[in-house]
Design a protein around this ligand. Structure first.
Ligand code: PHE
Length: 341
């Protein structure tokens, strides 16, 4: 029996030593120390021993049990440590690898220019309006004094949805003048930025979709001098105090008198270059005193009220602001271009 115990001890210690995983150790614990294990089997034979032999053998058995238990404990700790070591190695983070910088987006240059413009007008007491890009022909043309047959209504210029020219993609933000007159209380000071659509081929200065910023003031005693003063103030705020402007006579059906406003070319300073097509000036907007008939159609008495309106080309405004010389850059969304602003 003594020999049996010694064998169990030797075999078990050896097996514990060799175990590769804690599951193996569990199995070995059952095999040697379990209820049906080898040590228990030996202990069951104790009954056969004489009363003198029993205590010594009992003590020996207890010693063996204690030795196995402590060896199991050591082996299991060793395995745990090895497993931890392995995990640390596998999950190691190399803190010296350079980080991946997240790409942070930012505002589009045209919207930077628009926000600057809004800021200036809001500071002058204007309200910013938003309106539909799908517009009624009635508001885009009729109520703006462009009667049937007017060249701007031509199918070669305008995106209509129906044969009767009742619904269209707005070709200008000017119908926002009518919407404001129909819905707001006088006096009115508004700007209305947004997309407009015309059947133009894409080139360095044209796109079938572009942006305008409409503006309108209606009050008592409003004159062309207010229009000039306001526009000059805004343009100088955007482009610098020394910016030169030029007001040229022009025609629009819904303003009388009408003008176009140019700024001196930023590239050549007015001498003439490819950017300004040799003109020395770049056209920024159309403007004028609101035609009395347009006021009348909105139920506003032109004998009491007067007003003016303007329509900035937003792309041009941004191009001049950031010295961009090709309109297409604004729409291509090339990150290398956009990141510069
Ligand atoms: N709507 C005109 C255009 O698209 C611009 C404009 C607006 C002119 C307001 C006068 C007054 O060309």
């Amino acid at each position: 029996m003594k020999e049996q115990l010694a064998n169990i001890r030797a075999q078990a210690l050896e097996a514990f030593e060799q175990a590769k995983a804690s599951a193996d150790l569990d199995a070995l614990r059952v095999k040697y120390l379990g209820k049906k294990g080898e040590l228990t089997a030996v202990l069951k034979q104790m009954g056969r021993l004489s009363a003198e032999e029993r205590p010594a053998m009992g003590q020996l058995a207890n010693e063996v049990r204690a030795a196995l238990e402590s060896a199991l404990d050591t082996a299991s700790k060793k395995l745990e440590a090895a497993a931890l070591e392995h995990r640390l190695e596998a999950e190691a983070v190399d803190v010296t690898i350079p980080g991946r910088a997240p790409a942070i987006g930012h505002r589009h240059p045209m919207y930077i220019a628009l926000d600057e413009m809004k800021e200036i007008f809001i500071g002058m007491g204007f309200t910013v309006l938003d309106g539909p890009e799908i517009e009624l022909g009635e508001l885009n043309f009729d109520r703006l004094n462009a009667e049937p047959g007017h060249p701007s209504r031509d199918w070669s210029d305008t995106f209509y949805f129906d044969q009767d020219e009742k619904v269209m993609l707005r070709s200008q933000t000017s119908p926002m003048q009518v919407r404001a007159m129909d819905t707001m209380k006088l006096p009115i000071r508004i700007i209305a930025p947004g997309r407009v659509y015309r059947k133009d081929e894409v080139d360095a200065t044209h796109s079938p979709m572009f942006h305008q910023v409409e503006g309108m003031v209606i009050d008592k005693g409003v004159t062309m001098a207010d229009l000039k003063g306001t526009l000059n103030t805004v343009i100088k705020k955007m482009y610098g105090e020394s910016t030169q402007t030029r007001f040229r006579p022009h025609h629009f059906p819904f303003t009388e008198p009408s003008c176009e406003v140019d700024v001196q070319c930023h590239k050549c300073g007015g001498v003439g270059c490819p950017t300004c097509k040799g003109e020395g000036w770049i056209e920024l907007l159309g403007a004028g005193m609101i035609h009395p008939h347009v006021l009348e159609m909105a139920g506003i008495d032109p004998e009491v009220w007067s007003g003016w309106a303007f329509g900035f080309g937003l792309e041009r405004t941004a191009m001049r602001r950031f010295k961009i010389d090709d309109l297409r850059l604004i729409f291509e969304n090339d990150v290398r271009f956009l990141e510069q602003f």
